[in-house]
Design a binder for this molecule. Structure first.
Ligand SMILES: NC(=O)c1ccc[n+]([C@@H]2O[C@H](COP(=O)([O-])OP(=O)(O)OC[C@H]3O[C@@H](n4cnc5c(N)ncnc54)[C@H](OP(=O)(O)O)[C@@H]3O)[C@@H](O)[C@H]2O)c1
Length: 315
């Protein structure tokens, strides 16, 4: 794996940190794309020591900011000859948050971080991905999208930039679910767009993983207690990090693109029905995702919003 280059966003904590350690241990050159450099430098040293691999670099990235993404991509391209694997792991979910927050570019912060940022970043790195023999992009998705099995659940397309922040109450889980459903729809669309260039784009449906102490410390006291209770039974991030590694490197996924993959490493299918016994299987299993995600109008709508934003930024 000498010389294979992987970028992992949010690599200073949780699954991202475990994934950085896994790739470094396997001999990859790892670029940790992180926001907080003081914390991340300590993690970088820990990964170098544990993996015995000095090819673990750290570049600053705030994935909610156009300007930061632009600087990151420029710095990356200057330093590295190509990109083999791009893992969009970083995400914003502030448990208990009641207020709208906007990104530096006046986009709702959850949507900016979890959906739009990854799209813009991939776009700016396409030329470097094209230089790889087997380029793969992975999006960290979530079982939270199961809420879209409810036929009434829809993405608030009219509020992704926080347009209705003065009139519509903020729901942190609704925003998070909308942003990850939008990311899944972009996975399908980007896989189509990038297929001819040989770039694979998939998403992983993450179910539950132990939260890091740093993430728990950012929560309000009540949420901290709940998170610690959940952590008692949740599996360690290293298992999910192994799954990131498997999807991004194994022959089993070599020709797989435009798919949602579950924690058992199976390809998840669009649900055939959202009624009766099938719906029960949808809700309690991990074999299907809501058909909302492949509805042509929904996919085109999110694509239109994102490409318009990208055009406004790139012009
Ligand atoms: N843990 C679970 O049970 C679970 C379940 C479903 C899905 N997921 C998904 O799995 C992924 C990893 O989750 P996790 O539990 O490992 O989370 P985590 O430990 O809280 O890590 C999140 C990472 O994202 C980074 N981040 C947040 N906003 C950022 C920004 N604007 N720019 C750059 N980095 C940013 C954080 O950096 P800072 O330290 O600077 O904040 C942190 O490194 C996420 O996409 C999450 O949605 C997790």
């Amino acid at each position: 794996m000498e010389g294979q280059i992987v970028i992992i966003t949010g690599a200073n904590s949780g699954i991202g940190k475990a994934a950085a350690l896994k790739f470094a241990t396997e001999g990859y050159r790892v670029i940790m794309a992180c926001r907080n450099m003081d914390i991340s430098r300590v993690v970088q040293q820990e990964i170098i020591q544990k993996s015995n691999n000095t090819n673990v670099d750290l570049l600053q990235l705030d994935v909610s900011s156009f300007e930061s993404i632009r600087s990151f991509c420029a710095a990356f391209k200057e330093k590295y000859p190509r990109l083999d694997i791009l893992i969009h792991n970083a995400a914003y979910l502030n448990h208990g948050e009641k207020q709208y927050k906007l990104s530096p570019d006046h986009i709702e912060l959850t949507f900016a971080t979890n959906t739009f940022g990854p799209l813009l970043m991939t776009n700016l790195l396409v030329d470097h991905l094209q230089k790889s023999q087997d380029p793969r992009v992975l999006h960290a998705c979530t079982t939270n999208i199961k809420h879209f099995f409810d036929p009434k659940r829809k993405i608030d397309f009219d509020n992704l930039r926080g347009e209705l922040r003065d009139s519509r109450p903020f729901s942190v889980y609704k925003m998070y679910g909308d942003s990850k459903m939008a990311l899944l729809m972009l996975t399908f669309k980007m896989a189509e767009e990038l297929r001819s260039q040989g770039i694979q784009v998939n998403a992983l449906q993450i179910n539950r993983v132990k939260l890091s102490e740093e993430t728990i410390q950012k929560m309000s006291p009540l949420w901290r207690v709940l998170a610690k209770l959940q952590n008692l039974s949740n599996p360690l991030p290293s298992g999910m990090a192994d799954t990131y590694f498997h999807i991004c490197t194994s022959d089993a996924f070599k020709n797989v693109t435009g798919q949602l993959i579950n924690h058992k490493r199976e390809i998840v299918q669009s649900s055939t029905s959202e009624k009766g016994i099938v719906q029960l299987r949808n809700l309690f299993g991990s074999a299907s995702y809501p058909s909302y995600a492949t509805d042509v109008d929904n996919v085109e709508q999110i694509w239109r919003i994102c490409t318009a934003l990208m055009k406004s930024y790139l012009s």
